[in-house]
Design a protein around this ligand. Structure first.
Ligand code: 5AD
Ligand code: SF4
Length: 437
């Protein structure tokens, strides 16, 4: 009888892609995907811990399966990812949810198949958290879910230790895949028909550091030279490692999308220092200037945190000023969340919730107004959209242009995975509506 799996994913693109790898492992065991976790024979929670609400969300959903598990004892519940990798969290999770069958961490995801086979033979939960062994798993066969885009890891882990961030503790030290493995994977994906390749790493700009590998700009260049029509994106870049060489490669290779996600986090120099970001707001603006010198129309997006310990009204105003100066086309905005074990968690002057809430509302308003202004410039223009699928609610197809702007349009045939030219007829919000030309 066919058995089914379901995966619940929290957090970033790294996790989305790792869930595709988990799906690949379950496929090898003979399970088929089903979209209802209450009907699945195995449910995997791929968790995130970057902010407290991501953790709470996962805890809530794992809790929801308690009754079902009592009725269907043979179903398997597995929890993995960043949450479980935190010190003491696996035990915590087991105490809270003793019915969870498998708990695994970020460093041993590739062993999940063994854990499932082990669990099928015994009644006790299988709890396996491994420390960072500097290992890179190659030869995985992800079941990809985001066609026409394909995610490709280039680095794992992070060495930056931004003072607010839990990632270096749960994902280990930075390690780079061999460029030949990355290039082989991209060639294969392009030959299979993927039209957009997104390179993934916590800090892609430090690709190859500490090894005899080529630099990140050179890697990008080599990938952009692969035959076929496809778009090349990458995330995330750390400003301290963004170089003029990268801007040049982006300009000279039309397959590389003219957009850059460059998280600034704050516009205040004292907060940036306390965050251990290793640049000042002037350094950051200088990098944006270099980028714009090479690619004047480059869309720049960012991540911003408000309410970092000690953030004053002046610090916050500096963030607003920087956001206006850079004129971001969009931004992810976050309220600082205290993460146990990080340096910032031990800092005095944690900011009261109501202050952070007020600040984030002001910031979101500013970012939205910039996004709308950027959108408005599209009115009447022609854009090339890569169609990602059909939006049931809107009754229209949707896709993104090179700059990352979402566009909707009508089509009588299924055009998912095709490049479509649109004449923009409506551009007053975050997304565009256009007519095929
Ligand atoms: N609180 C709030 N936001 C955080 N980020 C990372 N750690 C935290 C935290 N403790 C944000 C940063 C990062 C993005 C992925 O998540 O802005 O760039
Ligand atoms: Fe976290 Fe900083 Fe590393 Fe990004 S660069 S994952 S914010 S420590």
């Amino acid at each position: 009888m066919q058995k089914y799996f379901n995966i619940v994913t929290y957090g970033c693109q790294m996790n989305v892609h790792e869930s595709e790898k988990i799906a690949g492992l379950l496929d090898e065991l003979g399970y088929a995907y089903c979209d209802d976790m209450f009907k699945a024979d195995i449910v995997v929670f791929n968790t995130c811990c970057i902010r407290e609400n991501a953790e709470n969300h996962a805890f809530g959903n794992i809790g929801m399966l308690k009754k079902l598990k009592a009725e269907r004892r043979d179903m398997i519940i597995a929890v993995g990812g960043c949450l479980t990798q935190q010190m003491g969290k696996a035990e915590n999770l087991h105490d809270k949810f003793p019915y969870v069958d498998i708990i695994f961490g970020t460093h041993n995801l590739y062993k999940l198949k063994d854990y499932i086979l082990e669990k099928q033979k015994k009644s006790k939960p299988v709890i396996r958290i491994e420390e960072d062994g500097g290992f890179i798993c190659e030869g995985e066969k992800p079941l990809r879910t985001s066609y026409p885009n394909a995610w490709v890891n280039i680095t794992y882990g992070c060495n930056n230790f931004c003072s607010y961030c839990i990632v270096p503790y749960v994902r280990g030290r930075e390690r780079s895949r061999k460029s030949e493995n990355i290039i082989t994977e991209v060639k294969q994906l392009v030959s299979e028909g993927y039209k957009e390749i997104t390179l993934l790493g916590q800090n892609v700009n430090s690709y190859g550091n500490g090894t005899d590998e080529i630099s990140f700009p050179r890697l990008l260049e080599k990938i952009a030279q692969i035959d076929g029509k496809f778009r090349l994106r990458f995330m995330t870049s750390h400003p301290k490692d963004f170089s003029e060489g990268l801007a040049r490669v982006m300009r000279d290779n039309p397959k590389i999308c003219r957009c850059l996600h460059l998280p600034v986090q704050s516009g205040s120099d004292s907060i940036l220092k306390a965050m251990n970001r290793k640049y000042t707001s002037a350094d950051y603006l200088k990098k944006i200037e270099i980028l714009k010198k090479y690619i004047p129309d480059c869309a720049v997006t960012t991540d911003l945190i408000v309410g970092f310990p000690g953030e004053t009204e002046d610090d916050f105003r500096a963030t607003l000023d920087l956001v206006k100066k850079v004129n971001y086309s969009s931004a992810f905005t976050f309220v600082y969340s205290k993460r146990e074990g990080t340096v910032a968690a031990r800092m005095d002057n944690q900011i009261p919730e109501e202050v952070s809430k007020r600040r984030i509302m002001t910031l979101v308003e500013l970012v939205n107004s910039l996004t709308r202004e950027h959108s408005a410039k599209y009115f009447g223009k022609e854009v090339e959209i890569l169609c990602e699928g059909y939006d049931e609610k809107k009754g229209m197809y949707l896709g993104r242009d090179e700059f990352g702007r979402m566009g909707y349009f009508e089509s009588s045939t299924d055009v998912k995975g095709q490049f479509i030219n649109l004449k923009v007829q409506k551009a007053n919000g975050v997304s565009l509506i256009g007519r095929r030309v």
